[in-house]
Write a protein that binds this ligand. Structure first.
Ligand SMILES: *Cc1c(COP(=O)(O)O)cnc(C)c1O
Length: 347
């Protein structure tokens, strides 16, 4: 496939500066904790969020799955939105790795409220699964890039403490949220028992996520990472890219958001578009009208040089990221306008 790739912000390619940082990395065997660059990434990212310790993993799926496994056990369940990545897109790993169930909540744009969580915590009966963890996603992926503010997060954290539940953040795109709210990672870190952060999304590293938590939590997580086959050796070359991403690519996420908003605005004016969801960060979700459905629209767009992914029978997702510049957005809008002309002649 070639063309303008709006499929996902995982399509980022390392920049020249990032490749240089990787080339110059000092490395060692991380299974023996002897990779200085991985150690630096773990310390640096933990410090950023005011957490005690960090663990470098090959993917955000692994950081989330390890977090679930440390926080929970069999006959327990995690409370989360039905759109959650941990439920939708991790191959049912919650059941496979941890033997737990999920209590799924609904809510606009992939977000849940403290009242919903309070109502979802099971009372202590033998015949009910034990509620042991609440997991939030910020920003929401399937929810269209919406973000939580600390004001929304704090009461949920307080409730978890009162009820003795763990509180996990799937922060795959936490920095997309923070550049919008202006809140600090330290203040977010205070609220959660564990945080997963992806460096391989909009931040632009080729591979890698970090899991953050207390020293005791990370010690257990480290053992699980090995059991899952995630103990890597001289992976400091990858950690160097992640450090570079954290040092250089956070503020620029705002540019991705502005570009996504431009795309959303342009889509709103096109006849074949049924509706565009709110564009809060770098994700644009929209529905197409008959005779288009997602497959037919994507096929048409693909032939014209625009690649995206289906998000439902009539729903499409566009993602902006490092590597998608203003010119590509303009070209995309021109392609969409052309598709609109075709649509008008079809109908
Ligand atoms: C991408 C993503 C992850 C992790 O995905 P990997 O591809 O395994 O790194 C986790 N949560 C959310 C919300 C995501 O978008």
């Amino acid at each position: 496939m070639s063309g303008i790739n709006l499929i996902s912000d995982t399509a980022t390619l390392p920049t020249k500066g990032m490749l240089e940082a990787m080339f110059n990395a000092k490395v060692g065997d991380d299974v023996f904790s002897q990779d200085p660059t991985i150690n630096r990434l773990q310390d640096f990212s933990a410090e950023m969020f005011g957490m005690e310790a960090g663990l470098f993993c090959p993917s955000g799926t692994m950081t989330n799955q390890i977090a679930l496994a440390v926080h929970t056990g069999r006959l327990q369940e995690v409370i989360c939105h039905e759109y959650s990545h941990i439920y939708q897109y991790e191959t049912g790993g919650f059941a496979y790795n941890s033997g737990i169930g999920v209590k799924l909540l609904q809510g606009a744009k992939g977000k849940i409220t403290v009242d919903q969580v309070a109502a979802a915590i099971n009372p202590d009966y033998d015949w009910l699964a034990e509620s042991s963890l609440v997991s939030l996603e910020n920003t929401t992926n399937k929810g269209g890039g919406a973000y939580y503010t600390l004001e929304e997060i704090r009461p949920i954290g307080k409730l978890c403490k009162e009820k003795g539940l763990g509180f996990h953040l799937d922060g795959a795109r936490i920095f997309n949220a923070l550049v919008e709210t202006g809140e600090s990672p330290q203040d977010v870190g205070k609220e959660f028992d564990s945080i997963s952060v992806c460096l391989s999304k909009g931040l632009g590293a080729p591979v890698g996520s970090v899991l953050l938590g207390s020293k005791d939590f990370i010690k257990k997580a480290r053992r699980l990472r090995k059991a899952m086959g995630g103990g890597m050796r001289q992976a400091g070359y990858l950690a160097a890219a992640c450090i570079y991403a954290l040092e250089n690519h956070i503020d620029r996420l705002k540019e991705d958001h502005a570009r996504a908003k431009n795309l959303g605005k342009a889509l709103q004016e096109l006849d074949f578009v049924e509706g565009v969801h709110d564009v809060d960060t770098n994700i644009v979700i929209f529905d197409v009208k008959e005779p288009y459905d997602a497959a037919r629209f994507l096929d048409t767009a693909n032939k014209m040089g625009l690649i995206a992914s289906p998000f439902g029978p009539r729903t499409i997702r566009f993602c902006t990221y490092l590597g998608i510049n203003d010119e590509m957005i303009e070209d995309s809008i021109n392609i969409l306008k052309e598709i609109n002309q075709n649509f008008l002649s079809l109908t």
